[in-house]
Design a protein around this ligand. Structure first.
Ligand code: SF4
Length: 293
């Protein structure tokens, strides 16, 4: 049987020329793919097999978000008997209910504070994070685990962007070259996640009971302006922090001699929450002044 290193070397050989996250076919593909229709039992068995197959000697770096998919992946990792630690990246815009939920139910999770806050980042980048330029994700949410084998709760059904995600991937983005990623529940449906949660009596964050479908950063531009507005009502202090940061951002743009049609952070905030089509032109101009470092 191939050793862990041999398996990983084979995996690396397949991705020599990759520039971003790319899929890697596992060596024993029949053990990793689901036949349709698969029962929840099949999915659990296969996901556990995936975790066991690639277990690195130093253990996995489990990227934990406190959401429903993360709860499932944490439970499967425990059941599979593999070595791992769970990590949570604080982003400054985390809902307090989520942080409380993790601390109360999973005291073993390691918290990481960002090297730069969301508010400092907005000023540094001289523009708010947007659907197209999501610089905060890379710097606040996806850091950590360099050189490790990362386990995530990513599922293909979650969004259009994730529909082609695979079980095993290598990440070749700018900051995290060579990160290895395992997505053991990539082919689970939302209904599987909830069924598993119920059957195994997993703890869930109270925000789901308040109607939230996805947890994580509040007022995230990726969620869309309707959701941003709802979250601004629920967390007015996060909204205020954004407006303050936008204020500094507008001032910085003026000092740096960049074109800016906003006079205050409030004006920039109102624009930020308008529909993507309405703000397309300004967004293009903003992106031109984006700082890449
Ligand atoms: S999830 Fe949204 S707000 Fe949070 S870091 Fe990513 S883009 Fe930024």
């Amino acid at each position: 049987m191939a050793s862990q290193n041999e398996k990983l070397n084979n995996v690396s050989d397949q991705v020599a020329s990759l520039t971003t996250i790319e899929a890697v076919e596992p060596q024993n593909s029949t053990a990793f793919s689901l036949t349709s229709p698969a029962t929840l039992q099949d999915k659990v068995r296969i996901s556990i097999a995936r975790l066991q197959e690639f277990e690195p000697p130093e253990g996995y770096y489990l990227a934990f978000s406190g959401g429903k998919d993360s709860e499932v992946i944490l439970d499967l990792a425990k059941k599979s008997g593999v070595k791992f630690e769970a990590h949570y990246n604080v982003t400054n815009v985390d809902p307090p209910e989520l942080v409380r939920h993790i601390k109360r139910n999973h005291p073993e999770v390691i918290f990481h504070l960002p090297a730069i806050s969301m508010w400092q980042l907005i000023v540094k980048k001289r523009m708010p994070p947007t659907r197209i330029v999501r610089y905060c994700c890379e710097l606040l949410k996806e850091h950590g685990g360099e050189g490790r084998f990362i386990v995530t709760g990513v599922r293909a059904q979650e969004s259009r962007n994730r529909k082609n995600r695979q079980v095993v991937e290598l990440c070749y983005t700018r900051n995290v070259k060579g990160k290895r990623i395992l997505n053991p529940i990539v082919d689970w449906l939302t209904v599987d996640v909830w069924a598993y949660t119920r059957l195994n009596d997993l703890p869930i964050c109270e925000l789901y009971m308040k109607g939230y479908k996805r947890l994580g950063c509040q007022l995230c531009p990726y969620a869309g302006c309707k959701t941003q507005k709802r979250e601004a009502m629920a967390y007015p202090w996060i909204k205020e922090r954004f407006i303050k940061a936008f204020d500094k951002c507008v001032k910085k743009r003026i000092i740096d001699g960049l074109p800016t049609e906003w006079k205050t952070g409030q004006e920039m905030y109102v624009w930020w929450l308008t529909k993507p089509k309405t703000k397309a032109e300004k967004l293009k101009k903003l992106s031109e002044s984006f700082i890449y470092d």
